[in-house]
Design a protein around this ligand. Sequence first.
Ligand SMILES: Cc1cc2nc3c(=O)[nH]c(=O)nc-3n(C[C@H](O)[C@H](O)[C@H](O)COP(=O)(O)O)c2cc1C
Length: 264
Amino acid sequence: MLIEVDEGRCVGCGRCAADCVGSNLRVEAGVARVRGRCILCGHCVAVCPEEAVSIPCLDMADVEPAAPAAETIDAAALLRAIKSRRSVRDYLPRRVGDEALSLVLEAGRYTATAKNAQGCRFIVVQDGLEELKRIVWDGIDGLLELPASEAPRWTGPYRSFARDVRRDPARDFLFRNAPAALFVAAERADDAGLAAQSMELVAASAGLGALYNGYLCRAVEAIPQARAFVGADERPLQVCMLLGYPAVSYARTAPRKPGDFVVR
Ligand SMILES: Cc1cc2nc3c(=O)[nH]c(=O)nc-3n(C[C@H](O)[C@H](O)[C@H](O)COP(=O)(O)O)c2cc1C
């Protein structure tokens, strides 16, 4: 049984049945009973006031009391944090600590996914970053050596990136001087993007800076040795973020274009 209802605890309130996206639960004879298909979203666990519902195949030990609405982050404070977050392109020479990394990864893991697929792989490269740099830059050199008719069109801008880094390894447009790179592999780009946004916000709260790095993502995705090195399977790499402690601070938020909002 995917979902277990402790009949000794269940009071038949029906909240789990009312909140089930798949109409999988029904109260019969005063107790919730399970039937039908289930996407293991965990709403029945989360909504039950009696702690009567569990999903043994998931990590029940990690279930904790939800933050009451009044204790969730103040909306204006959260918006200010979003406005204050910046892409960080300059980092201190300091490793990303395990504790901060764990908070960041958990934020990705707990982010919503379509159909609750939870199909993202989160890849952190820190100890192996110098080796990844070597593989990526060698791979880019190889692509740039191809005859123009065979070189993928996207490689155009990488010619000047490669020239710069070969002249001075500190001028590395792809890796900057970040101590770590995080990749999200997933079938769906939206699942990966949402997880990345959660992770970036938690990273900023933990004092880390991040840079979404489309150029590096594309390069690693296109170089089979790099994909193998980072531990990618058949899922495409959808997101790459550099991570590290910022060597730059920002005194103000950055301006934006006027909002393109439609409200009917
Ligand atoms: C999907 C995505 C890919 C990006 N790729 C790169 C990149 O390859 N290199 C880079 O320097 N910045 C990259 N950026 C950062 C954007 O340039 C940056 O978000 C934008 O200029 C706004 O600045 P802010 O993030 O500080 O608000 C990327 C951003 C996103 C969302």
